[in-house]
Write a protein that binds this ligand. Structure first.
Ligand code: GTP
Length: 236
């Protein structure tokens, strides 16, 4: 059997209104890249030649080409995608499986079904968009309703590089985070501010409450993306 290359698998989820920068935050962390083009997370493009051949990743720039070309079908379906990054914390190799959801309302039924297995949730708003901050309460209620009780939550006020367009004072973010007993960072995917710190802090917080098990390659289930042995799921 192939030797596993990590000790623990943590499943994380990014949620928040459309356009707040969830995908950019994820790409900054996973690929140290930033793209100014806004292509909303809306699902997979299916490349069709009389038979289904390939399913490119969401937000692949080729998707827009595929939609225009008549021989391709576009399926506005999943509204979810993920990236993997392995980090080392406290001498343990931790594989982070980070799911990026679509902020658009019409995908909520689908994306909330991904809350259940998440061990950490990053809730993102845009400091230049007041509505995205007002909706934080709604997103927090969604987490209460759909996620595991012991999920680790974190609030991010993204786009802090645009201070001239700021409409949400930092203090407001701090206040709501304090009220809900969660951590808060202002981030910028564009200027690479606090992105790595936020992910590593979230992973550390999860690690802190993960029961310590002797390393055993057989007890990590990657097939379901469902996490690590010892992680308590409320699901039967
Ligand atoms: P949905 O997929 O629709 O839910 O949106 P999203 O939250 O994933 O937003 P996305 O990452 O696609 O970013 C939306 C727009 O904001 C893009 O034009 C990005 O370039 C821009 N953006 C994202 N992060 C930042 C940031 O930190 N600073 C600035 N200035 N722009 C950003």
């Amino acid at each position: 059997m192939a030797k596993k290359t990590y000790d623990l698998l943590f499943k994380l989820l990014l949620i928040g209104d459309s356009g707040v920068g969830k995908t950019c935050v994820l790409f900054r962390f996973s690929d140290d890249a930033f793209n100014t083009t806004f292509i909303s997370t809306i699902g997979s493009c299916i490349h069709h030649h009389g038979q289904f051949t390939t399913v490119p990743r969401n937000k692949d720039p080729s998707c827009s080409f595929i939609i225009v070309a008549s021989r391709y079908f576009y399926t506005p379906n999943l509204g979810i995608d993920f990236k993997i990054k392995t980090v080392e914390l406290q001498g343990k190799k931790i594989k982070l499986q980070i799911w990026d959801t679509a902020g658009q309302e019409r995908f909520h039924t689908i994306t909330t079904s991904y809350y259940r297995g998440a061990m950490g949730i990053m809730l993102v708003y845009d400091i230049t968009n007041g509505k995205s901050f007002e909706n934080i309460s709604k997103w927090l209620r969604n987490i209460d309703e759909h996620a595991n009780e012991d999920v680790e939550r974190m609030l991010l006020g993204n786009k802090c590089d645009m201070d001239d367009k700021r409409v949400v004072p930092k203090g407001k973010g701090e206040q709501i985070a304090r009220e809900h007993g969660i951590r808060f960072f202002e981030t910028s995917a564009k200027a690479n501010i606090n992105i790595e710190k936020a992910f590593l802090t979230l992973a550390e917080d999860i690690l802190r409450k993960t029961p310590v098990k002797e390393p055993n390659s057989e007890n990590v289930d990657i097939s379901s993306g469902g996490g690590v042995t010892g992680w308590k799921s409320k699901c039967c």
